[in-house]
Design a protein around this ligand. Structure first.
Ligand code: NAP
Length: 556
C-alpha cells in the first residue's frame, strides 16, 4: 500500500510557539496541523488565568515581530499585558491569519513514535486518532506541566482548592473567605495581592523567600502606543542585542566602576523604573560577580525591610545569605511586599516546619499546628522544561523514549533538536536561554522551518542532529553555568535546574549564556547549511499503515 505522510509538520501546542511555527510552515508551503489539549489557543496564557496573572516582559516585546501589519493593528493597553490581554492577542493572530482550520483544540497528544524504516512519525492522541507525518515540532512550552499538590488528604478537603496553572474559567469568590496561598514564586506573588484585597484572611505559606522586584505596571496612553509602533524596527534591533531578548540597553558598567554612593543612586533609580530593568540596566556583572550580586541582593533586602513594617515578617521575607539574587528566577510583583502591612494577611514560614498534610478543614504542619481555610491556592510550580515533553511517549530511533534519554537531565542542540530523534524539533525546548519567550521563538521557528523545507528541497526524508553537536552545546552550557551564580539555585530548588521536582536529576536545563549568542547560533545553523545535521533518504517507498506502528516496535 503506497502512502504519503498526511502532513509535513505536526505541531504540538497552540501557544506562542505553536502559532508562530504554524505560520512558518504555511509560508513555506508545508502542510501543517496543530494539536492543542486546551479548549482554546494561548498555551500558558490559556491555563494560567488566575487573578493577577500578567507578563514580566514589557508588552512591546511580548509579541510577534514577523509581520509589520500585525504590529501596527494591535494596541497594547499596559506596560505588562494581563493574561486576558495576551490571550486576546494570540486569538487575534489566529483570526488574522485564518489559522483556525489548522488548529485542532481539545486534543491531547499521548505518543509520537518514529518509524525508522520510512522516516515518518506516527502521532497518537488521547481519543485514539493517529496521524502520520514527516516531522513533529513540539511547542509544548517550558512551563506547562504543573506539579500536582502532593497531599493525599486533599481529596477530603471540604473547601475549594485551585492550582494557579489550571485556574477555572468561572470567577472564584474570595469575599469573606479564609484563603491560603502555597508558594511564593512568580505565580504565588502575583495572585496574593489581589486575593488580599477581598479575602477575610489571606495566609501565605513561604518555604523559600524570593527576591520580588516591583513591576511598576502602567497604562499606556495613545502617545506611548504611537511611539512604540513607530519604533518597532529599533525595538527588535535592541532585542537582538540584549542578553534577555528585551528592548533595553546594556548597563555598560560593572560594580567596580562606581562609588558606593553612585551604586546606591543607580539601584534606587532602577528600582523606581521597575521590572527586569532593575538588574539589566544597572550592572552587567550581577550574575557573574559575587560582589555585584551581593550589592544588589542587599539592596533588595533593605527595600523589603523598608516596605514591610513588622520587622519579624520583613526578616522572614528576606532571602537568606546563601541565596544570591537570580539563583531562583526573580518574579515581578505588583505591590507584593506591601500586602504584609495589611491586618488580614499572615506569612507562615514552612522552611523548617513543613506542610504535612491537607485535612478536611485546612492545612496541618509538621509540628501538628492546624490552620483552617475555605480556599487553598497551590502556586507550587511546574515540572519545567522537560515535563511537558516527557509526559508524552516520544520515541525516536531504536524505540528509545525521550524520558529515558533525558533521565540524567536534558541534552539538546540549541534547545531545538535531539540526537537519535530524527525529524523532531522543539520550539523553546529545554536548554533555551533565560530570556523573553517570543523573542526566542522567532529564530527557532525560522531555522526549524528551513530545516524541514530542506528535506523537501533536497529530496530527503530524514534530518537528524549529530551527537557531537549536542555534546558541544552541552559543554558550552556547562561552561556558562559554572561561570555564574546560577549553581547556587540547585539547593534552592530552582525550576530551571530541575531540583524543584522530587527525584528529578539536576541538569543544566537552561542556557545562561544570553539570548544573542544562542540566537546567532540558531540562525547560523540555517545560514551555513545545517552543518551539524545529517540529511538522508530512506530506501523504503512504502509507508506502513498507521495501525501497524506500535510504540517502540521495530518496523521493518
Ligand atoms: P515556582 O517559581 O517554581 O514557585 C513554586 C513555589 O511553590 C515556590 O515558592 C516553592 O517553594 C513552593 N512550593 C512548592 N512545593 C511546596 C511545598 N511542598 N511546600 C511549600 N512550598 C512549596 O513556580 P511559579 O511561581 O509557578 O513560577 C514558575 C515560573 O513560571 C516562573 O519563574 C516564571 O518563569 C513563570 N511565570 C511567569 C510569570 C510571568 O511572566 N509573570 C508568572 C507566573 C509564572 P520553594 O521555593 O521552597 O521550592
Amino acid at each position: 500500500m503506497m502512502h504519503e505522510p498526511e502532513l509535513d509538520v505536526l505541531i504540538i501546542g497552540a501557544g506562542f510557539g505553536g502559532i508562530r511555527m504554524l505560520h512558518e510552515a504555511r509560508r513555506r508551503g508545508l502542510s501543517a496541523r496543530v494539536l492543542e489539549v486546551g479548549n482554546d489557543v494561548g498555551g500558558a496564557w490559556h491555563w494560567n488565568r488566575y487573578p493577577g496573572a500578567r507578563t514580566d516582559s514589557e508588552s512591546w516585546v511580548y509579541c510577534f515581530g514577523f509581520d509589520k501589519d500585525l504590529q501596527d493593528d494591535w494596541d497594547w493597553p499596559e506596560r505588562y499585558p494581563s493574561q486576558p490581554q495576551v490571550q486576546a492577542y494570540l486569538k487575534h493572530v489566529v483570526e488574522r491569519f485564518d489559522m483556525h482550520r489548522e488548529i485542532e483544540l481539545n486534543t491531547r497528544v499521548e505518543a509520537a513514535v518514529f518509524d525508522e524504516g520510512r522516516d515518518l512519525w506516527t502521532v497518537t492522541t488521547e481519543s485514539g486518532q493517529r496521524i502520520v507525518c514527516r516531522t513533529v515540532v513540539s511547542a509544548t512550552g517550558p512551563l506547562s506541566a504543573p506539579q500536582e499538590p502532593p497531599y493525599p488528604g486533599l481529596a477530603d478537603f471540604q473547601g475549594e482548592w485551585y492550582l494557579t496553572a489550571r485556574w477555572p474559567h468561572e470567577p472564584v469568590d474570595f469575599a469573606g473567605k479564609r484563603v491560603a496561598v502555597i508558594g511564593t514564586g512568580a505565580s504565588g506573588i502575583q495572585v496574593a495581592p489581589l486575593v488580599a484585597t477581598v479575602a477575610e484572611r489571606l495566609t501565605i505559606f513561604q518555604r523559600t523567600a524570593n527576591y520580588v522586584l516591583p513591576a511598576r505596571n502602567y497604562v499606556l496612553d495613545d502617545l506611548q502606543r504611537q511611539s512604540i509602533k513607530s519604533r518597532y524596527d529599533e525595538i527588535w534591533e535592541q532585542v537582538s542585542r540584549q542578553a534577555m531578548g528585551m528592548a533595553m540597553n546594556p548597563a555598560n558598567r560593572v560594580i567596580g566602576d562606581v562609588t558606593p554612593e553612585q551604586r546606591q543612586r543607580l539601584l534606587e533609580a532602577a528600582w523606581e523604573e521597575g521590572g527586569f530593568r532593575f538588574f539589566l540596566e544597572t550592572f552587567d556583572d550581577v550574575f557573574v560577580d559575587p560582589e555585584s550580586n551581593g550589592a544588589v541582593s542587599d539592596f533588595i533586602r533593605n527595600k523589603i525591610r523598608t516596605i514591610v513594617k513588622d520587622p519579624a515578617t520583613a526578616e522572614l521575607l528576606c532571602p537568606k545569605s546563601d541565596h544570591p539574587f537570580g539563583a531562583k528566577r526573580p518574579p515581578l510583583g505588583n505591590f507584593y511586599y506591601e500586602i504584609f502591612n495589611r491586618d488580614n494577611v499572615d506569612l507562615v514560614d514552612v522552611s523548617s516546619n513543613a506542610i504535612d498534610d491537607v485535612t478536611e478543614t485546612g492545612i496541618r504542619l509538621a509540628d501538628g499546628t492546624e490552620l483552617e481555610f475555605d480556599i487553598i491556592i497551590f502556586a507550587t510550580g511546574f515540572d519545567a522544561l522537560t515535563g511537558a515533553l516527557t509526559r508524552i511517549d516520544i520515541r525516536g530511533r531504536g524505540g528509545r523514549s525521550l524520558a529515558e534519554k533525558w533521565q540524567d537531565g536534558p541534552r539538546t542542540h540549541l534547545a531545538m533538536a535531539v540526537d537519535e530523534f530524527p525529524n523532531f524539533f522543539m520550539i523553546a525546548g529545554p536548554q533555551i536561554p533565560f530570556a523573553n519567550a517570543p523573542a526566542m521563538i522567532e529564530p527557532a521557528a525560522e531555522t526549524i522551518g528551513e530545516a524541514i523545507s530542506q528535506l523537501r528541497d533536497k529530496n530527503q526524508t530524514r534530518v537528524e542532529v549529530a551527537s557531537e553537536a549536542v555534546e558541544e552545546y552541552n559543554n558550552l552550557l556547562h561552561a556558562f553555568y559554572n561561570a555564574t551564580i546560577f549553581p547556587a539555585g540547585a539547593k534552592l530548588r530552582a525550576w530551571w535546574l530541575g531540583t524543584n521536582v522530587e527525584g528529578k536529576t539536576l541538569g543544566v536545563a537552561m542556557n545562561f549564556g544570553g539570548f544573542p549568542n544562542w540566537a546567532a547560533s540558531v540562525k547560523a545553523e540555517a545560514a551555513e547549511g545545517f552543518k551539524h545535521y545529517r540529511y538522508s533518504a530512506t530506501s523504503h517507498a512504502q509507508l506502513t499503515p498507521a495501525a501497524d506502528v506500535k510504540a517502540g516496535a521495530d518496523v521493518t
